[in-house]
Design a protein around this ligand. Structure first.
Ligand code: RFL
Ligand code: PHB
Length: 391
C-alpha cells in the first residue's frame, strides 16, 4: 500500500489530522491498534475549548455538537465548604467552553471518516516504523495473520503516551521533561442529573474533587485518590460519602447517589518531549505530551497540534521544504508549554500532596481566597481555562 502520510493512532489527534489532511487533498491512512468500539468507548475528556469546537465546525462535523453540547460560560472553585463562580464569558470578552464527551467527538470523527472515504485500519498488531530518517519511510503491521506494509512520505505519530512512535526515536535524539504526581483520579459516571449546572473544582483538606457532567441527565465525578488505590477499594457508598464531603454542604447536598458505572483510576503526570520531529516522523497529542487532567487540556492540545501539523505537512510535502516540520515543532510546543504550566499550577492549587504541611495548605487557601477577591486573578484563570488562541 502507498499513501502520502501514514498516521499511527486513531485517537483525537490522529482523526483530527486525517480529516484536516483529507480536506487539503492530501492522501493519508490511519493505522490503529484497537477496534473502533474500543476507541469510541474510552471515557475520557469532557470539556472542549473554542479552538476544538471551531475545528469540528470547520470540518463540517459539528451538527450534533451544536445540538447536544452544553455551553458553559462559568466555572466554580470550592474550598473547605465555600464556593465561588468565575464568569469566564464576562472576563474574556464572551469566550466559553463546551461540555461534550470525547466519546461523542470520536463517534463524529469516525462517522465522518466513513462518509468521506478516509481510510482507517483497525486492529493493526505489532505496528512498526521504518526508515524514518530517509525521504521514504514506511509502516508495517500484522492483522489476522497477514503482514502489511504502508509506504509514505511522512509518518504522524498520534498513538498516545504508550504508543510505538515516540519509542521509535533514538533516546539521545529527544529531550524529556516530566513530573509525576503522588496521586491519581478516581472517576465515575452516573445516570443522574449533575449536582451543579457548571463544573466545580474543589480543594478540600481531604483531597481534590471535581463535579462534571456529560448531559443534563448524566454526571461525571472525580476524586483524588492514592497512587496505589484500586477501584475495588471504592464501593459506591464510600465514593459518594467522600465526594460529598469534599464538594462541601451546598453542592454535596445536591449529589444524586445513584449506582455508578465506568469506575476507573487515572494517574496524573506532566510530560513533554522536544522536539516533535525526528526525520520524517512528527509527533502530535499525547504521544508528545501529557497534562494532568485538572486543566481539561489534553484533548484540546491534540486538536491544536493537528491543526498546526496539517499546515506544516501541506507545506513540507508541497514545497519539499522540510524545515516546515521544525517550525511545527516550535509552534506547537509554545502552546503546549503554556497549557502544561496552567495544568500544573491548577493541580498544585487544588490537590492535597502527601508531604504537605500546614504552611503549604495555608498557601493554597490564601491563593484561593485571593482569586475569589480579585478580578485580575480570575481573568488569568478564565483566559487559560477557555483556551489560549492559536498563534
Ligand atoms: P489517545 O486518545 O491516547 O489516542 C491514541 C491512539 O493510538 C492508539 N495506539 C496505537 N495504534 C497503533 N499502534 C500502536 N502501537 C498504538 N499504540 C496506541 C491507541 O489505541 C489510541 O486509539 O491520544 P490522542 O489522540 O493524542 O488524544 C489525547 C486525548 O485522548 C487525551 O489527552 C485526553 O483524553 C485527556 N483528557 C482530557 N482532555 C481534555 O482536553 N479535556 C478533559 O476534560 C480531559 N479529561 C482526560 C480527561 C484524560 C483522562 N484519562 C483517563 C487519561 C480525563 C481523564 C480521566
Ligand atoms: C470530565 O468531564 O471528564 C472532565 C472535566 C474537566 C476536567 C477533567 C475531566 O478538568
Amino acid at each position: 500500500m502507498r499513501t502520502r502520510i501514514a498516521i499511527v493512532g486513531a485517537g483525537p489527534a490522529g482523526m483530527f489530522l486525517a480529516h484536516l489532511l483529507h480536506r487539503q487533498g492530501l492522501d493519508c491512512v490511519v493505522v490503529e491498534r484497537k477496534d473502533r468500539a474500543h476507541v469510541e468507548g474510552r471515557v475520557r475528556a469532557g470539556v472542549l475549548e473554542r479552538v476544538t469546537v471551531d475545528l469540528m465546525t470547520h470540518l463540517g462535523l459539528a451538527d450534533r455538537l451544536r445540538r447536544e453540547g452544553l455551553v458553559h460560560t462559568g466555572v466554580n472553585l470550592a474550598c473547605d465548604g465555600g464556593i465561588f463562580r468565575i464568569d469566564m464569558a464576562e472576563l474574556t470578552g464572551g469566550a466559553s467552553v463546551t461540555v461534550y464527551g470525547q466519546q461523542e467527538v470520536m463517534k463524529d470523527l469516525f462517522d465522518g471518516a466513513e462518509a468521506r472515504g478516509i481510510q482507517v485500519v483497525f486492529g493493526a498488531e505489532d505496528v512498526a516504523l521504518h526508515d524514518l530518517d530517509t525521504p521514504a519511510p514506511f509502516v508495517t503491521w500484522r492483522s489476522q495473520g497477514l503482514a502489511f506494509r504502508l509506504d509514505c512520505e511522512a509518518v504522524a505519530g498520534c498513538d498516545g503516551f504508550h504508543g510505538v512512535s515516540r519509542a521509535s526515536i533514538p533516546e539521545d535524539a529527544i529531550a524529556r521533561f516530566e513530573r509525576a504526581y503522588p496521586f491519581g483520579w478516581l472517576g465515575v459516571l452516573t445516570e443522574a442529573p449533575p449536582c451543579s449546572d457548571e463544573l466545580i473544582y474543589a480543594n478540600h483538606e481531604r483531597g481534590f474533587a471535581l463535579a462534571s457532567m456529560r448531559s443534563p441527565t448524566r454526571s461525571r465525578y472525580y476524586i483524588q485518590c492514592g497512587p496505589e488505590a484500586r477501584t475495588d477499594d471504592w464501593p459506591d457508598e464510600r465514593f459518594w460519602d467522600e465526594l460529598c464531603v469534599r464538594l462541601g454542604p451546598e453542592a454535596g447536598g445536591r449529589v444524586d447517589r445513584r449506582p455508578t458505572f465506568e469506575k476507573s483510576i487515572a494517574p496524573l503526570r506532566s510530560f513533554v518531549v522536544e522536539p516533535l520531529r525526528h526525520g520524517r516522523l512528527v509527533l502530535a497529542g499525547d504521544a508528545a505530551h501529557i497534562v494532568p487532567p485538572t486543566g481539561a487540556k489534553g484533548l484540546n492540545l491534540a486538536a491544536s497540534d493537528a491543526i498546526m501539523l496539517s499546515e506544516a505537512l501541506a507545506e513540507a510535502l508541497g514545497t519539499g521544504d522540510e524545515t516546515a516540520l521544525d517550525r511545527y515543532s516550535r509552534r506547537a510546543l509554545a502552546r503546549v508549554w503554556k497549557a502544561e504550566r496552567f495544568s500544573w499550577w491548577f493541580t498544585t492549587l487544588t490537590h492535597r500532596f502527601p508531604d504537605m504541611a500546614g504552611f503549604e495548605r495555608r498557601m493554597q487557601t490564601a491563593e484561593l481566597a485571593y482569586i475569589r477577591g480579585s478580578r485580575a486573578a480570575q481573568t488569568v484563570v478564565a483566559e487559560n481555562y477557555v483556551g489560549l488562541p492559536l498563534e
